[in-house]
Ligand binder design. Structure first.
Ligand SMILES: Nc1nc2c(c(=O)[nH]1)N[C@H]1C(S)=C(S)[C@@H](COP(=O)(O)O)O[C@H]1N2
Ligand SMILES: [Mo]
Length: 420
């Protein structure tokens, strides 16, 4: 049986700063090396005094995030940190499968180029200036959400990073449309899929191996919202997010948005790169019992991400500042297109009130929702938010269908509020 998603859970608000203080005092009490019991903190280079130090301080520039591991770097936001319309760099989650390339760390282009090859009339190579000069610029605010966001809610537990709800962000990107670049090379009628190749190294630095190499069907690659980006929030793409160039396939699992891009291969068959096969980014074709072993041939590639929303204010566990009047806000998004409505409940789903919902600034940006609720009496409340998209897709209240890798948990977000 699936259990309800764990929540108004106050251990969730056990913040990085608290953990640091706790670990700090523990380290002082026991002396290094400290053996971590905390499953949420795992690292490739542990135990070592330096690594402990790095973890306790947080990732430079992203100290507010909850760090799941530092090698590879994996870090997520809390709901409160996602309150901005446009997620700043410091609050945007990071999901790496391998090591950040030296070129990105140094922020120097050197001999970098992007190759387009495969099922095209002419293979092409661009440096960054050539990309900027050849195609018209494209700018958009786009949600990137990891397919495993919410994984920690599945029971029985599944392997992989235990993301809660912060492996999502909506930043503003500048670059070019992928379709313009592909059309320039001339897409052959044999093209069915693209595969990306990045410059990141596997954890063991094996040459010729890629930590991840995924892609999308050619129709998605040619969609007007799919882009190659060299800027995030008005600055060159940061090291962690794919400097100098990344792919963004909005509405699809974050894993399709290749970072540190070097090559896009246009293919006459589905891509077979690292993490395209087996159980990676795949879910059962038919519903399975929790904990079931699913044969590979019964798994299918995840396409669009489901409708979802988050309550970014107030923070769970807080007391209302305004007596029985509580102002709530957050964001909603869907890989299927626009969100049509967001409803909130303070009585465990017995009644619902529709929130006001703004239009997205562009396709695949998240949408702000807001609602003022007057709670009937003082006391403790759970507040639930549930989004519905234009296809009629609606968030489930409980954790949806279990799957072997714990993808696509779009259960409604619930917070606790105390009214004095
Ligand atoms: N080259 C490369 N691209 C990658 C990855 C990676 O490890 N290497 N991780 C993918 C995954 S699983 C996700 S969810 C997104 C995360 O993007 P972000 O770190 O900018 O938030 O990048 C994707 N692109
Ligand atoms: Mo991901």
């Amino acid at each position: 049986m699936n259990r309800p998603n764990p929540l108004p859970d106050h251990s969730r608000s056990f913040r990085t700063s608290d953990r640091r203080r706790f670990l700090g005092s523990l380290a002082t009490a026991l002396g290094a090396p400290l053996v971590f019991q905390d499953l949420l903190l795992k690292t490739g280079i542990f135990p070592s005094a330096l690594a402990q130090e790095a973890l306790l301080k947080g990732w430079p520039g992203k100290e507010e995030l909850r760090m799941l591991s530092d090698k590879p770097l994996n870090a997520e936001a809390t709901a409160k940190l996602l309150d901005d319309e446009i997620t700043p760099y410091s609050r945007h989650f990071v999901r790496n499968n391998g090591l950040i390339p030296d070129r990105a760390r140094q922020g120097t282009l050197g001999d970098w180029s992007l190759t387009i090859d495969g099922e095209v009339n002419e293979s092409l190579k661009f440096d960054l200036d050539a990309l900027k000069d050849t195609f018209s610029p494209h700018e958009a605010a786009l949600v990137i959400e990891c397919g495993g966001n919410g994984r920690a809610g599945y029971y029985p537990k599944v392997g992989g990073n235990p993301w809660t709800l912060g492996a999502v962000g909506c930043a503003r990107y500048r670059g070019v449309r992928l379709k313009d670049v592909l059309r320039h090379a001339g897409v052959k009628s044999s093209a069915v899929y693209i595969g990306y190749y990045g410059e990141d190294l596997t954890l063991s630095r094996e040459s010729g191996k890629f930590p991840i190499s995924r892609g999308v069907p050619i129709e998605k690659a040619l969609d007007e919202n799919t882009m190659l980006a060299w800027e995030m929030n008005g600055k060159p793409l940061p090291a962690e997010h794919g400097f100098p160039l990344r792919l963004i396939c909005p509405g699809w699992p974050g894993s399709t948005s290749g970072k540190w891009l070097k090559r896009i291969q246009v293919r006459d068959q589905i891509h077979d790169g690292t993490k395209m096969t087996g159980t990676s980014y795949r879910v059962p074709k038919h519903p399975v019992a929790p904990g079931a072993k699913v044969p590979t041939e019964d798994m299918q590639i995840i396409q669009t991400m489901p409708v979802k929303s988050i309550i970014t204010h107030p923070e769970t566990g807080n007391s209302s500042q305004n007596g029985r009047n509580v102002r709530l806000r957050g964001h909603a998004w869907s890989g299927k297109g626009r969100v049509a409505r967001v409803d909130l409940s303070y009585d465990f789903g017995a009644t619902w009130t529709q929130a006001s919902l703004s239009n997205p600034v562009n396709a695949f940006a998240w949408q702000r929702w807001e609602l003022g609720l007057k709670l009937p009496v003082t006391g403790y409340y759970e507040i639930w938010a549930r989004a519905t998209d234009i296809t009629g897709g609606m968030q489930p209240m409980l954790v949806p269908g279990w799957n072997p890798k714990g993808y696509l948990n779009n259960a409604a977000h619930r917070i606790a509020v105390r009214v004095a």
